[in-house]
Design a protein around this ligand. Structure first.
Ligand SMILES: Cc1ncc(C[n+]2csc(CCOP(=O)(O)OP(=O)(O)O)c2C)c(N)n1
Length: 484
């Protein structure tokens, strides 16, 4: 164990707030090293947490938490926040029985203001908190921290749409690392990339640096930063069209930008949007180079990194499913594969490589995935929706309204059915039998198996021709230590 001399003095954000600003850099170094060492021992989410070290420090340094509310979207990136809020030692039992959760949980800490794990809920929740503060006549800040992957879900836009016409004290921070679990997809992602790389941003950053160097008195400074951002990023960003004051993009690893920017945003009112650029895996070369591999990890040695697959182990259901899908796709050109942002976890890597024209990653958009499959099925395709049991919950109305009532032939391949182990209650595939078997025309089937000849054999081979079928795969708990 390293010494972590400064980090050990932080048992609460109040300790953090008593530090000199110049000490925050050292704290960030120690916190990053601690996250790496600790996660390499317990397993858990790694790349995303290495990316939020400075953001967590800056937020707790500037805002009066837990009075001010921070909601971490998905919450898989909340380890630095947990460590700074009294759970440093508890990290030794992260995601274990009677240990702390890998996601924020209200019962775990007053600093975990909202339980997250399924993505894209943070803006709605923070908006609700902002309204509740107003109703109670209290002045406090509500902050949603949301990744660019999570931002692509419809629910995030429903919340923006609602929030943008209010004058509530809401700050949305877009933590843009240009990655979901795998590379992100969709038009929003392209838009964000243009925003970052465009000359507009380069000019804005140069101007922003000048402003930051001048450091005029606070309110004047806030006014000028606001004018700058508004003046320089015109034509206005998508987020301004939604009624937010947009600021950024700024470097999310640079405490010299983060702390004063947040301090200034704290002085403003109304819905504000701060675009922060971070890097997944920041500070650990192996994770920077392969953030997908290091998104969720089992125990490993930081010096040597994750050992490459040993081979020879038992096949997982996920692998059997992925092979089966390639087999049926070879036989039937109408078969298409759909994933809502879970290519690796759902076993579609081989299918994506072999059938790129028939492979659809629709982003974190389960509802859309189901209705999109319904559209495909209407006109002759044979869609296979590869989805975790817990995430299909998001698409329930679409299952009933778009698929079952219309009797459309779609195969839902449910991974992570049953108890999933370390990811905990939010990820258990505990409800699918109940929520699927009551649906009209839905057939629920057992998972595929391998024949003695080594080929995949499954009732679902026939069932792509059958209407609405869901196969459930419940991998053994031991295999589920690796988070998603
Ligand atoms: C509704 C839902 N679908 C899928 C997931 C699985 N999932 C966990 S993290 C993640 C990627 C999130 O990307 P982003 O918001 O950009 O955060 P980053 O990991 O890049 O920090 C996904 C798809 C989820 N948690 N919730």
């Amino acid at each position: 164990m390293k010494a972590y001399e400064l980090l050990k003095t932080i048992d609460d954000p109040r300790d953090l707030r008593s530090l000199e600003r110049r000490d925050l850099h050292r704290l960030a170094d120690e916190l990053r090293a601690f996250v790496l060492e600790s996660v390499s021992r317990t397993g858990g989410h790694l790349s995303s947490n290495l990316g939020t070290v400075e953001l967590a420090i800056a937020l707790h340094y500037v805002f009066d938490t837990p009075q001010d509310r921070i909601v971490w979207d998905v919450g898989h990136q909340s380890y630095p926040h947990k460590i700074l809020t009294g759970r440093r030692e508890a990290m030794a039992r992260l995601r274990m029985y009677e240990g702390i959760s890998g996601f924020p949980r209200r019962e775990e800490s007053a600093y975990d203001t909202f339980g997250t794990a399924h993505s894209s809920t943070s803006i709605s929740a923070a908006l609700g908190m902002a309204y509740a503060a107003r109703l109670a006549g209290e002045r406090r800040h509500a902050i949603a921290v949301i990744g660019d992957g999570a931002m692509s879900a419809g629910m995030a836009f429903e919340a923006l749409n609602n929030a943008g016409v209010t004058d509530l004290d809401l700050l949305v921070i877009l933590n843009d690392n240009e990655m979901s679990i795998s590379p992100p997809v969709g038009a929003l992602n392209r838009y964000l990339a243009r925003l970052i790389s465009g000359s507009v941003f380069q000019r804005a950053r140069r101007a922003g640096e000048k402003v930051l160097k001048a450091v005029p008195p606070l309110l004047e400074f806030a006014r000028r930063v606001e004018e700058h951002a508004k003046g320089l990023v015109v034509p206005s960003t998508l987020f301004e069209e939604f009624g937010f004051n947009y600021f950024g993009p700024i470097d999310g690893h640079d405490l010299e930008s983060l702390v004063p920017t947040l301090a200034n945003l704290k002085q403003l009112t109304g819905p504000r949007f701060l675009h922060v650029i971070t890097r997944k895996g920041q500070g650990y070369k192996l994770a920077e180079a392969d953030p997908v591999l290091y998104h969720g990890v089992s125990e490993f040695r930081p010096e040597s990194g994750i050992a490459s697959g040993k081979g020879g182990g038992k096949l997982t259901y996920t692998q059997v499913f992925g092979d089966w899908l390639c087999d049926v796709a070879a036989r039937d050109p109408r078969v298409v594969g759909i994933t809502p942002a879970m290519r690796e976890g759902s076993g579609l890597v081989r299918f994506a490589a072999e059938y790129p024209d028939r492979y659809f990653d629709v982003g974190i958009a389960e509802q859309h995935a189901v209705s999109f499959a319904a559209g495909l099925a209407c006109d002759g395709a044979k869609p296979v929706v590869a989805i975790y049991s817990t995430f299909l919950q998001r698409g329930y109305d679409q299952l009933i309204h778009d698929v079952c009532i219309q009797k459309l032939p779609i195969l839902f391949a449910l991974d992570r059915a049953g108890l999933v182990g370390a990811d905990g209650a939010t990820h258990h595939g505990a409800f699918d039998l109940s929520y699927l078997r009551c649906l009209p025309h839905m057939v629920v089937m057992a998972p595929p198996t391998r024949t003695s000849a080594g080929r995949c054999s499954t009732p679902a081979t026939r069932s792509t021709a059958r209407p609405r079928c869901a196969i459930r795969a419940a991998p053994a708990l031991a295999r589920c230590r690796r988070p998603r």
